[in-house]
Design a protein around this ligand. Structure first.
Ligand SMILES: *Cc1c(COP(=O)(O)O)cnc(C)c1O
Length: 426
């Protein structure tokens, strides 16, 4: 890895052609690879030689994009999967088994809450939520000898709380467990959680990384910094894997033990693999990620300031506003910037919020966030409708909350659309 700035890494990392090769990342649309000898293939199966075996486990196009994302986050390796949900699933299953538990911020994406609180519960993995305002002592009390990790979201979707990464890294490490951070909304352009002590990063690449609402995907990135052997509670990484002739991941792969096991065991067995074409499209998005994030932020800030001064708006949440309770953490972790997502309350509650949304014309109502087009969503009646009232409060979502994903159109057009829609609300 070199010292390029993040804008340069977005373009130059990953695929690096040799003399006479295609300048742009090729699409290796192949499930299969050819070998000169059976012995060589045998080595691949024993994990004693590097190389591609089968596209369920790895593929050259996917591999180059994984290298780029690892470079953007500053990790030792990355594994792309078919969705953000698959990334959240496998980052936990890689190190937690039935009877284990993990500690998790309650301010996370609704889909992750369902996965952790419902589906993982069925597998016998218990989630212990950290609710807003808990003291360090209260959080420490959630841990026991079966706790395997701590999980949080850099900028929570949709509550927009900024996760106190250093604080949770210190708590996690005092119990010898890693901190996993979902960095989807911040992207490595605005925050690199490894620099603040996080050990594993996950993303839904479906959002800003793709940036054009074209391909669902996810990725796990390993910092390589967590010492699994010293922690003494991860036998799946430190004792022989019978499905690979007794490979011990920490011994054979060192700093890359976690991410290697995730790939050669979980991706092999569970099969939530990305398609080469999806990796190619994601790479196009990544090339302009830094440029787009700056514009999403500028436009988001202008919208937040406009709404803050509007008489029909009861409150605005945008972590980069000085009035935001998240502002100090936003300065510390995100250099005072944030993504283009603004949440706010329209005076008049649920009904007024619906009327406002129906009156927009440039901004569309979609079940998506974080792409080039401005869009809106009412989480309480859509993405988060499975949550109980108590879970809604803990996730920071009221019935009047409108989530606006500010795009990269001209700001004057976005504001004019807002102005018109707010004028329709009485
Ligand atoms: C969307 C999202 C996910 C889930 O990702 P998919 O790609 O939709 O499966 C996870 N975390 C966050 C923060 C998200 O916004």
């Amino acid at each position: 890895m070199n010292n390029y700035k993040i804008e340069t890494k977005c373009i130059q990392e990953g695929y690096k052609p040799e003399n006479g090769e295609a300048r742009v990342l090729p699409i290796y649309q192949s499930t299969t690879y050819k070998y000169e000898s059976g012995e060589h293939l045998g080595k691949l199966f024993d994990l004693t030689a590097p190389g591609h075996m089968y596209t369920r486990i790895s593929n050259p196009t996917v591999d180059y994009v994984e290298q780029k994302i690892a470079a953007l986050e500053g990790g030792v390796g990355a594994m792309m999967v078919s969705s953000g949900q698959a990334a959240s699933t496998s980052c936990v299953l890689n190190i937690a088994n039935t009877g284990d538990n993990f500690v998790c911020s309650s301010s996370i994406y609704g889909g992750t809450t369902n996965l952790f609180a419902v589906t993982f519960k069925r597998l016998g993995i218990e989630i212990r939520f950290v609710t807003p305002g808990m003291t360090d002592d209260e959080i420490h009390a959630l841990f026991d000898d079966r706790t395997r990790l701590v999980f949080g979201e850099t900028i929570a979707n949709p509550a927009l709380d900024v996760f106190d990464i250093e604080r949770f890294a210190a708590i996690a490490h005092s119990h010898n467990v890693p901190l996993v951070v979902d960095n989807t909304f911040a992207t490595p352009v605005f925050c690199r959680p490894f620099e603040f002590g996080a050990d594993i990063v996950v993303h839904s690449t479906t959002k800003y990384m793709d940036g054009h609402a074209t391909v669902v995907g996810g990725v796990i990135v390993d910092s390589g910094k967590f010492d699994w052997a010293a922690a003494g509670k991860y036998p799946e990484l430190t004792t022989p894997d019978e499905s690979y002739h007794g490979v011990i991941y920490t011994e054979q792969f060192g700093a890359a033990a976690y991410i290697t096991k995730a790939r050669v065991q979980l991706l092999r067995d569970l099969g939530m693999s990305p398609q080469p074409m999806a990796a190619f499209i994601l790479n196009l998005g990544l090339e302009t990620l830094a440029l787009r994030m700056e514009r999403h932020f500028e436009n988001g800030l202008a919208v937040a300031k406009y709404l803050e001064n509007h008489p029909k708006v009861s409150w605005v949440n945008f972590p980069a506003l000085q009035s935001s309770p998240e502002y100090e953490k936003c300065k510390k972790y995100l250099d005072g910037k944030t993504c283009g997502v603004v949440s706010f309350g329209v005076k008049g509650g649920r009904e007024a919020a619906m009327k406002f949304m129906d009156s927009l014309s440039l901004a569309n109502i979609v079940v998506h966030v974080a792409d080039a087009r401005t869009s809106v969503l009412h989480p309480a009646s859509t993405t988060h409708r499975q949550l109980t009232d108590e879970q809604l409060v803990n996730a920071g979502i009221g019935a009047d909350l409108v989530r606006m994903s500010v795009g990269i159109e001209h700001i004057d057009d976005i504001i004019a659309d807002l102005e018109n829609a707010l004028s329709k609300v009485d």
